[in-house]
Design a binder for this molecule. Structure first.
Ligand code: SAM
Length: 188
C-alpha cells in the first residue's frame, strides 16, 4: 500500500513487537517509508490523524476463537469472543471514528457458521448495523477454512469457518456529518 500511495502517511500497528520488526524489514526491502508502532487496536494512531484523518484502514486480524478449556491462545492469536469475531468487529466500529469522509475500511477475517443456522453469517449481520457505515463489498474468499477446528472447543456447534473480505465506507448521511465536523475541527 505504501508503494501504491507514495504520498500517504502509512502506519503499521500491532500488539506484537516481533510483528512490527518483521514489518520494518519488509518495508525496507520494498524501499517504502512506513512508521511502525506497538498498539492495541488504534491506541497509537497520532492525534493529528484523529478524528476523520484516516483514508484507508486495512486489517488482517486474528479470528480464531478464545478456547473454552482454559488454555487460552496467545493474545496476538486470539480473535476474542463471539467465535473469534470480537476483534474484527471492534476494528470496524472503532475505525469508523477515525475514517475520513471518503475513507474505506478493508478487513479480511474468518466467520464461524453455526450448525443450527448454516445460512447465518454473524460478521455480515453485525456489519449491517455499524453506525454510519455501508458495506461496499463482501466476498467469501474461502467457504471452509481451518476445518480441523470444527466440532471442538469453541467450534463444537459450528459447521465451518468461512473466510471473507469486507469493504466498508461511510454512508451518505455519515459523509455529510463527517465533512461538517472536519471543517469545524480544521477550519477549512
Ligand atoms: C493474522 S496476523 C496478521 C499479521 C500481518 N499484519 C499481516 O497482515 O500479515 C494478526 C496480527 O494481529 C495482531 N493483533 C492481535 N490483537 C491485536 C490488537 N488488539 N491490536 C493490534 N494488533 C493485534 C497480532 O499480533 C498479529 O500480528
Amino acid at each position: 500500500m505504501a508503494r501504491t500511495y507514495p504520498g500517504a502517511k502509512t502506519l503499521g500497528l500491532d500488539l506484537n513487537p516481533r510483528a512490527l520488526s518483521l514489518g520494518n524489514v519488509n518495508a525496507q526491502l520494498a524501499g517504502v517509508k512506513v512508521s511502525f508502532a506497538e498498539s492495541n487496536l488504534y491506541a497509537a494512531v497520532p492525534g493529528d490523524m484523529k478524528p476523520y484523518g484516516v483514508d484507508l484502514i486495512m486489517s488482517n486480524p486474528p479470528y480464531i476463537a478464545s478456547s473454552t478449556d482454559g488454555e487460552d491462545l496467545p493474545i496476538y492469536a486470539d480473535g476474542g469472543a463471539g467465535f473469534g469475531l470480537d476483534l474484527s468487529i471492534r476494528i470496524v466500529e472503532d475505525g469508523m471514528a477515525l475514517l475520513s469522509s471518503s475513507g474505506v475500511i478493508v478487513v479480511y477475517t474468518g466467520v464461524a457458521i453455526p450448525t443450527s443456522n448454516p445460512g447465518h453469517d454473524a460478521f455480515l449481520e453485525k456489519l449491517k448495523q455499524v453506525e454510519g457505515a455501508e458495506i461496499a463489498e463482501y466476498t467469501i474468499l474461502h467457504p471452509d477454512m481451518w476445518s480441523e477446528e470444527i466440532g471442538k472447543g469453541a467450534y463444537a456447534d459450528a459447521c465451518r469457518i468461512q473466510v471473507v473480505g469486507a469493504v466498508l465506507r461511510r454512508n451518505d448521511k455519515s459523509i455529510g456529518e463527517t465533512k461538517t465536523a472536519a471543517r469545524k475541527i480544521w477550519a477549512v
